[in-house]
Write a protein that binds this ligand. Structure first.
Ligand code: NAD
Length: 257
């Protein structure tokens, strides 16, 4: 196999993407579909699920609901195995000081962003051992850095990195790889809402907040959802076969003095 060929995932991969009806998850689901994979998506947005590209199957389900996950894995059986699981579901959580954040908000963020990934890992490990497959967990650059007023989000993403490294140790001897992708600021409605909330918190305009965010990024631009999908495809291709237990940033946010 040439190096160029090693960059292409094999045809017919069986792939599950959580929260795959919009945003980054949709970009990943579409990219796998275009690469010849059988793709199943789970999401809470019924309308978006119904308008998924033809051929992508789905389950309406919430990763924080254990019964929904049971139903999801019943549906996943129709794929006839599982090669790649993309643990993408994650919410932004509250933008507030630690004194303001309620226990309910804290728990809700952790329940989706961390416990949701545990639930999917719990069900998929046996299938991934059978296929010597791959798990990709969406963390964030907030899983490497401090993030004022976004503590539950940052804490959940640091935890996702820990989950990833521990599962990579545990499943590696059976041929299963586990990696985290840490996106920087990705263009889309979610980041617009975060910028809006942080601007309100700081008493500055949306534009000023956006410029402040971009100024921290060496290339002064946001990541595209397709950039995250490209990393997911690379990890699934033969060229990614010696990458496991890694926290891979897709951003140009260089930490500098
Ligand atoms: P998004 O907010 O655009 O939401 C994507 C999808 O998640 C939606 O279809 C929504 O219906 C679904 N969803 C929400 N809660 C769910 C639940 N409990 N169960 C199932 N589906 C649910 O998200 P995004 O910006 O595409 O982010 C995807 C992942 O990437 C998340 O884990 C996020 O934390 C991470 N991330 C995003 C950015 C960014 O800038 N957008 C940066 C770093 C990390």
């Amino acid at each position: 196999m040439s190096v160029i060929e090693s960059l292409i995932p094999r045809q017919g991969l069986k792939v599950l993407v959580t929260a795959g009806a919009n945003g980054i998850g949709l970009a990943i689901a579409q990219a796998f579909k275009e690469a010849g994979a059988l793709v199943h998506v789970c999401d809470v947005d019924e309308a978006a699920l119904m308008s998924l590209p033809k051929g992508i199957t789905y389950t309406l389900g919430d990763v924080s609901n254990a019964k929904d996950i049971d139903r999801l894995f019943e549906d996943v059986k129709q794929l006839g195995g599982l090669d790649v699981v993309v643990n993408n579901a994650g919410i932004a959580g509250p933008t507030a000081s630690v004194e303001e954040i309620s226990e309910e908000e804290w728990t809700h963020t952790i329940d989706i962003n961390l416990n949701g990934q545990y639930r999917i890992a719990h069900h998929s490990a046996v299938l991934l051992r059978e296929s010597q497959g791959l798990m990709i967990n969406l963390a964030s650059v907030a899983g490497r850095l401090g993030f004022a007023y976004r503590t539950p989000y940052a804490a959940s993403k640091w935890a996702v990195v820990g989950l990833t490294k521990s599962l990579a140790c545990e499943l590696g001897p059976d041929g299963v790889r586990v990696n985290a992708i840490l996106p920087g600021i990705v263009r889309g409605p979610r980041i617009e809402k975060v910028i809006e909330d942080r601007a309100a918190k700081r008493g500055i305009t949306y534009e000023a907040m956006e410029q402040e965010n971009l100024a921290k990024i060496s290339m002064r631009k946001m990541v595209e959802p397709t950039d995250i999908a490209a990393m997911a495809l690379f990890l699934s291709a033969p060229g990614g076969s010696n990458i496991s237990g890694q926290a891979l940033s897709v951003c140009a946010n260089v930490e500098t003095l």
